[in-house]
Design a protein around this ligand. Structure first.
Ligand SMILES: Cc1cc2nc3c(=O)[nH]c(=O)nc-3n(C[C@H](O)[C@H](O)[C@H](O)COP(=O)(O)OP(=O)(O)OC[C@H]3O[C@@H](n4cnc5c(N)ncnc54)[C@H](O)[C@@H]3O)c2cc1C
Ligand code: SF4
Length: 548
């Protein structure tokens, strides 16, 4: 049986499957695992399958040692590996996990994927992109999903269920009116000194900012203890490279823990590349191949749930439905980055022990910019800031050191997201060469036309309001990213009350099927700005727990 999860739990007990399975879930990313939880809560058997790329053996062994008892040598070796410049030298644009790019591997040879003009990629890893994600988790607001056939009321109970097993670090602050916490027992995360100063500086301006449509609060992150007993953060500052203590929610780890505990009804098979999922009468057939031996594999179940991530899900559905050369469009939440420069620096930020994921969330609701929420995540000091500044000033050898020294502790980084109504798109199509029958899966980015204007206005607005704090957005350093680069994309088979061709019903069923459910963000009718994964998990949990 395959080894699974980052924690190297090679001894995981994987129970043998019954002859006809009740449910197959394709994908062990956040959506697949949330769906599996819902099915298990209904006391139904479920087989989770995935494509199986995983962390290298050495890092897995080290993580297992840390998990077994805080092995300081193992932590030191892991930190050494993940800070090795030979690995991190790939640049800040590829977020690695413990020095490994395994979450991004295998798309070319297993999916025949060709991309242009998009930053979106698929993940064929155990745990999918939860191996590298930023753990930011804010629910959706009803105003931002008015075009959905379900409401936030339909999702509320599922947000709660999901947060029980993921854990959530959050504060009941001003954001809670707009975005319920969905937990009575959030974890506590100590903010960094720069974040604390920012929050304290903003406090006297809160009423003015609120009138101007700017709300702010502590970030909400899936970090720390959950019902499944992850440990609290120890502020080692390694979050961006992979948490050596396993404190950041990772659905692959979650699956490994559930299997290790011998969860009744849960089965797992790895290293399978699914190519089609079809329904015949009361049976769903999942076909594909073993990615190592390339041998064909066919599995049958009473019901199938597809959570392969938006790119592979589109490929599987298009092939299953026999739809060639007819693109479907993925919507995207436009991603952009800019620095905020503070006049009040503090070198303490460089040496303190702090976590390094997003520290502060800002939500802008201003009808003159957008009818939808604009989401901003503020990051305080981490060593990528120093590395990036050093890189930027490489053409000024005499001034480089002085500039980096003066700026590194004065810069905050803001990641911003827009609603999909203002964002680019990604066209996905399955193409078949008539002569050879060879198939290619093609993804092409379609940039947003008006997004830059909105982003310019956002920076102006922040500049006007934050000048009192000595904080200035640095517009020339704005990075406007390709569609899909923020990995908040979906909507290729949107849910509709009355679905048309290539649309789904509210249980993710496309083309009149009754037993095949797409449960990842592929079925979102639009993509709000306020982080995608928590809602993808809640929606997958909703569908998994449904009475169809
Ligand atoms: C660097 C980075 C940072 C991010 N930060 C955030 C954040 O802070 N907040 C947020 O909300 N979102 C964030 N995201 C997005 C988030 O990671 C995704 O929304 C989330 O992982 C999607 O979950 P999923 O289960 O739908 O798919 P995935 O995570 O992509 O998982 C797909 C699963 O399907 C399996 N699979 C794929 N194809 C096949 C196939 N053909 N056959 C069998 N199995 C298959 C894979 O093995 C994997 O298990 C980030 C993403 C990245 C890359
Ligand atoms: S600071 Fe980040 S990497 Fe370190 S323990 Fe906390 S969550 Fe994990």
């Amino acid at each position: 049986m395959p080894r699974i999860g980052r924690t190297g739990c090679g001894e995981t007990h994987v129970p043998a499957c019954p002859a006809l399975l009740m449910n197959i879930v394709i994908g062990s990313g956040p959506a697949g695992i949330a769906c599996a939880y819902a099915l298990l809560e209904k006391k139904q058997d479920v087989l989770v399958i995935d494509a199986g790329f995983q962390l290298e053996q050495r890092q897995r062994e080290l993580l297992a040692r840390v998990k077994d008892g805080q092995d300081a040598k193992a932590v030191a070796e892991l930190i050494g590996i993940q800070n090795d410049p030979k690995l991190t030298g790939k640049g800040v644009h590829t977020k690695l996990n413990y020095g490994s790019d395994f979450p991004y591997r295998g798309a070319l040879e297993n999916l025949n994927l060709e991309t242009s003009g998009t930053g979106l990629e698929p993940s064929l890893a155990v745990g999918g992109f939860s191996n590298v994600w930023g753990a930011a988790a804010l629910p959706y607001r009803q105003d931002d999903i008015q075009d959905w056939p379900i409401t936030t009321k339909d999702l509320a109970g599922h947000y709660e269920k999901v947060i029980q097993f993921t854990g959530l670090s959050a504060k009941k602050d001003d954001l809670a009116d707009l975005f319920p916490l969905h937990t009575e027992t959030p974890n506590h995360l100590e903010p960094s000194s720069q974040a604390l100063r920012l929050l304290q500086g903003l406090a006297p301006l809160q009423a003015d900012l609120k009138r101007a449509g700017i709300r702010y609060g502590s970030s909400r992150l899936m970090i720390g203890p959950s019902r499944n007993n992850r440990q609290p953060c120890v502020y080692c500052g390694q979050c961006i490279y992979g948490c050596p203590y396993g404190c950041i929610y990772n659905s692959g780890d979650d699956l490994a823990d559930l299997l290790r505990k011998g969860t009744p009804g849960l089965h797992y098979r790895s290293d399978l590349i699914v190519t089609t999922i079809k329904e015949h009468g009361d049976t769903v057939t999942v076909d594909g191949f073993d990615r190592r031996s390339r041998e064909p594999i066919s599995l049958k179940a009473e019901r199938g749930f597809l959570a392969a991530g938006v790119m592979p899900t589109a490929k599987i559905m298009l092939k299953s439905l026999g739809v060639y050369d007819q693109p479907v469009e993925l919507k995207d939440s436009q991603y952009f980055l800019f620095p905020l420069l503070s006049t009040h620096g503090s070198r303490e930020a460089l040496t303190e022990t702090a976590y390094t994921l997003s520290q502060v969330f800002m939500e802008i609701q201003d009808a003159s910019l957008s009818p939808h929420t604009i989401h901003l995540q503020v990051y305080t000091y981490n060593d990528i800031i120093t590395k990036t500044l050093d890189q930027r000033f490489r053409f000024l050898p005499l001034l480089r050191q002085v500039l980096v020294h003066q700026l590194e502790h004065r810069v905050l980084i803001v990641q911003g997201y827009l609603h999909s109504d203002h964002s680019g798109k990604i066209s996905l199509s399955l193409k078949r060469d008539p002569a050879t029958s060879k198939e290619r899966f093609v993804a092409e980015g379609i940039p947003a036309l008006g997004a830059k204007v909105i982003i310019g206005k956002i920076l102006n607005k922040l500049g006007r309001h934050f000048a009192k704090l000595g904080l200035y957005p640095v517009a020339p350093a704005l990075e406007f990213c390709l569609p899909g680069r923020g990995f908040h994309s979906g909507g290729s088979f949107p849910m509709r009350a009355k679905p048309g061709p290539l649309e789904s019903d509210i249980y993710g069923r496309i083309g009149g099927t009754s037993r095949i459910h797409v449960v990842d963000a592929s079925i979102f009718p639009s993509i709000p700005a306020t982080t995608i994964t928590l809602s993808a998990m809640a929606n997958a949990h909703r569908i998994g727990s449904g009475n169809y």
